[in-house]
Design a binder for this molecule. Structure first.
Ligand code: SAH
Length: 279
């Protein structure tokens, strides 16, 4: 990259940078993430980090995987935090690289608190979270004046691995015209049922976006009533996002990636009918 006409902070020895790698496309990295990748002695990365991003690290940097591999148990969160502390105390420049944004359903807060407890200096570098970046690459804005003044990000997976306890489905269904679920594929049937039971319409548009912003991106358009079956039939696998609401209709106008492949876009995607009473 050409020299930038600005000065960025350096990743200093003994420091940990907790960095969001964005949803996949390396072009969506922040300048700080890029700088950190150039300077790090050790990159501790998660399963969701795109290999092309890891390739931006210094050739001699140590790359440490901190996810599941080959059926072996994954390192526990305390293991990962302890590893970061150990490397920093050894005077290394440590980059902790996480998919999307480190503070969005990524346990970045837990890791940062462990650094605080150990007195290790750190910086947080936000990344583009997959819901926002992924929906944009599917041609779906997370907010649009005519469809929603609220968007809610929800995890479909709680600590126990089930749909999280304590989610107030009635409030979600009534209060948020647009919902975007992370980690929702496994429990998609249950999630759709709960939203329907709480009053959402079975014809409500839903988009499922897997491997968003990568070469393997797939987008399935469906409805709340059919999405679980459609996803199973299409063989869509995680990582994927599930967007629910009228925002999904905008894709007919805004699927800019599809347009690159010849899709004809309409300038009036909401013309058909818009359910302002959806919530
Ligand atoms: N911190 C991450 C989220 C981690 S939770 C972020 O800000 O995006 C993991 C979940 O993120 C996955 O189950 C999936 O729902 C979503 N996700 C991450 N990257 C994705 C991608 N490229 N495409 C689709 N979903 C993705």
């Amino acid at each position: 990259m050409d020299k930038l006409p600005l000065t960025l902070p350096d990743l200093e020895p003994g420091w940990v940078w907790l960095v969001g790698a964005g949803p996949g496309d390396p072009g969506l990295l922040t300048l700080l993430a890029h700088q950190g990748l150039h300077q790090a002695d050790i990159v501790v990365y998660d399963a969701l980090v795109d290999p092309r991003i890891l390739d931006l690290a210094r050739p001699d940097a140590l790359r440490e995987y901190a996810g599941k591999r080959g059926g072996k148990p994954s390192p526990t969160q305390p293991d990962i935090s302890a590893r970061l502390v150990r490397h920093a105390r050894a005077g290394k420049r440590v980059l902790r690289l996480k998919g999307g944004d480190p503070f969005v359903f990524g346990r970045g807060g837990e890791e940062a608190l462990a650094l605080v407890a150990s007195g290790v200096p750190f910086r947080v570098v936000p990344g583009i979270t997959s819901s926002i970046g992924g929906l944009a690459y599917a041609g779906i804005p997370v907010t649009h004046r005519e469809t929603n003044h609220v968007v809610t990000f929800v995890t479909g997976h709680g600590v126990t691995g089930e749909v999280p306890d304590g989610l107030d489905w009635t409030s979600l269904a009534r209060g948020s015209p647009a919902l975007v679920f992370y980690m929702a594929i496994k429990h998609l049937g249950t999630i759709a049922e709960r939203l329907l039971a709480a009053g959402r319409r079975s014809e409500e548009p839903v988009a499922v976006i897997s491997r968003a912003t990568t070469e393997q991106q797939r987008v399935l358009e469906s409805t709340l009533g059919s999405v679980a079956v459609d996803v199973a039939n299409a063989g869509i696998e995680p990582p994927a996002l599930v967007a629910v609401g009228e925002i999904v209709r905008l894709r007919a106008g805004l699927d800019w990636l599809g347009a690159l492949a010849g899709r004809k876009l309409t300038a009036d995607p909401l013309a058909s009918k818009i359910h302002r009473d959806a919530v």
